[in-house]
Design a protein around this ligand. Sequence first.
Ligand code: MG
Length: 365
Amino acid sequence: MKITHIEAHPVRVPDVPPFRWREGLPGSAEYGGADGVILRIGTDTGAEGAAYLSRLGAFPLVAALVEKVYKPEYLGKDPLLREWHYHRMWELDRLHEFPLPVFGLIDVALWDLAGRVAGVPTWKLLGGMRETIPAYASTVTFDSTAQFLDVATQCIEAGYPALKLHAWGDAKRDAALCLALRAHLGDDIDLMYDGSAGFDLPDAIYLGHALSEANFRWYEEPMREFSVSAYRELARSVQVPLLSAETSDGAYMNSADFIMAGAATFGLRTSAGLRGGITGAMRIAHLADSFRIRAEVHGGGIISEHLCMAISNTTYYESLITSSSVTRESIVGADGLVRAPTEPGIALPPGIDYPTAVRHLARAA
Ligand SMILES: [Mg+2]
């Protein structure tokens, strides 16, 4: 089998209701509209795979990469040699410094293609670990402690067994919120905190003490992940387990340094979007497993569903709660569980107009 087509197609990004993150980070309404792109790989046998990305400027960037980089590199190659293509992408990255969300697109399309060729969902091709996983409610930032507590109650009533806060990014205010949330929900609910890199080391330590006191399950990304040394100091200073390396450059190679610094005491973050595609995400999962720590999948969506079903040392699916009037994400059952995808390959997210892209391709051919 040989790759005969690599194409980028613009697609409409489904509307997202407005929400906000911590102070200093633009909310959803302030991004100015993302571009959607589907990267499609076709072969001489008719087998094909696709990967979807939504990001500001995604379509023009990926379209340029297709013409200037991907076609010269990948046309005529065997699409099933995913490991070879993955290493090649790191070589090309030395020259092009791909944005992390773009780095893994080829890899995701190849895993989609491989699943379709095999006639099985990609999570089974990756090994296949489980058919259901519990989802945690991952909040956006709300206005007040009272509103957060109300949202938390709604999440638990909706069936979510655990909850993660994205709060204000104010160490003292967030610490008080975490203690109030633990008192509000009692001791049996898993609680996690995500700082979205809003702190420096002194404030991260201050908040970490409160998270220990409130018995939080993990403490995620309190600082930008450029300084592994700062994370080492944080790990030495607080008891709450750290979940590290969600966005750091260098993907699995850099994640290894977080482990060696003692700064991944709960585990590593993993994702196709920021860790180098599915191949990169699985590498991180296996790396973490070797050190008897977890690999928690960053963000929701169809690719994360596949990873959650394939990774043995993971705990939850991340389900975003964007409104103070809570509705359960459609793929999460009333029992709080996400069930494994059944279609061959990966499939694209719901609402993405893939048929239009295919028709466009047919017209262009
Ligand atoms: Mg995070």
